[in-house]
Design a protein around this ligand. Structure first.
Ligand SMILES: C[S@@+](CC[C@H](N)C(=O)[O-])C[C@H]1O[C@@H](n2cnc3c(N)ncnc32)[C@H](O)[C@@H]1O
Length: 325
């Protein structure tokens, strides 16, 4: 029988303490920055879904094309009874994996993990209808603190999927720590399926993060709306401009917000007033781009051996399947 369980692993003071700490640390740093996980309230998650449909935003289409052609191979190699997906969002592309695992006869349980409770609930309810007999155990968690893997040992082997190149939103040291933490929680027989956007010409990359319709700009500014709602801040979103630029040295896209005037912003909940100079830029996201050798080395350093690597026909995106080394 189909079963849905929603578990909340966020500490009860998540917004009250984590957001406050991140806002204080990021807004008093020089240069200022905010971590990308705060984009994703209900409005931010909905805007991200719109981004995935933009003509310029190729990563979702490219990763879906890979999954369409490789899912049967992935299912056969992993023989996963449990699919855990970190940062699952809408779980839309995941259907290709669920279908292949079901076809292979191994699938028992799907564990989507996301910080956005609204996205998680909507996705879990949509999935239930299509997968009779599947147990969906949705976990609301900040995977930076708690991966949200089921504590029981039932339904092994497990495949951990981390799609959408969300790993690119971490800085290199965070990535190393994160991959090592995943590795430490896996057993022999488990697998890691990792989606990584690839280095390509800067014009294509920048266009994917700076669409003319302004959807990515609205998504970027949503972090200010979250601070307004949650911390009573008085950011005027119209006085910040969306910036997307390619950093060739670090091989990442950086999203920033640029203040169009000198201004003071108040955040009463943390008793902070922040000064922005005219033209000052604040980093809101990095989106690292990868090369096969580089990600294979990062995986090896964390204790994984890459077993398979797939790309789409245009070589825009890479998907790898790794096992504990
Ligand atoms: C770039 S989107 C990718 C969504 C989906 N996996 C895809 O491929 O389209 C990142 C997802 O990760 C979630 N996320 C971001 N930071 C997170 C965190 N620290 N803990 C849990 N989920 C997080 C967001 O809510 C969002 O659903």
């Amino acid at each position: 029988m189909t079963e849905l369980r929603i578990e909340r692993l966020l500490p009860t003071d998540f917004l009250a303490s984590s957001l406050r700490q991140d806002a204080r640390a990021g807004l008093t740093a020089s240069p200022k920055s905010l971590p990308p996980k705060w984009f994703y309230d209900a409005q931010g998650s909905a805007l991200f879904e719109k981004i995935t449909e933009l003509r310029e935003y190729y990563p979702t289409r490219a990763e879906r094309a890979i999954l369409r052609s490789a899912s049967a191979e992935i299912a056969a190699a992993s023989r996963a009874h449990t699919l855990v997906e970190l940062g699952s969002g809408s779980s839309d592309k995941t259907r290709l994996l669920l279908d292949a695992l079901r076809e292979a006869g191994s699938l028992r349980r799907y564990v989507p993990v996301d910080v956005s409770e609204s996205a998680l609930r909507a996705a879990a309810h949509r999935l239930l209808a299509g997968y009779p007999g599947l147990s969906v155990h949705a976990v609301v968690s900040d995977f930076g603190r708690n991966l949200g893997l089921p504590a029981d040992d039932a339904h092994q082997p497990r495949m951990i999927a981390f799609l959408g190149s969300t790993i690119g939103n971490m800085l290199p040291a965070q990535r190393a720590e994160f991959l090592a933490r995943i590795r430490a929680s896996l057993s022999v027989g488990d697998t890691l399926l990792l989606g990584t956007d690839l280095v390509k010409d800067p014009a294509t990359l920048v266009a994917a993060y700076d669409d003319p319709a302004g959807i990515t700009g609205a998504f970027n500014k949503n972090v200010l709306a979250v601070l307004n709602t949650q911390l009573g801040a008085d950011f005027d979103l119209d006085t910040f401009d969306h910036v997307a630029l390619w950093d060739p040295e670090n091989e990442w896209i950086e999203m920033r917000l640029r203040s169009s005037l000198a201004q003071s912003v108040r955040l009463p909940a943390i008793e902070l007033t922040v000064e922005f100079a005219d033209g000052e830029q604040m980093r809101t996201e990095v989106s690292a781009k990868f090369r096969r050798d580089g990600i294979e080395s990062e995986l090896a350093a964390a204790g994984f051996a890459m077993r398979s690597w797939w790309t789409d026909p245009e070589r825009l995106f890479g998907l790898s399947l790794s096992v504990p080394a």
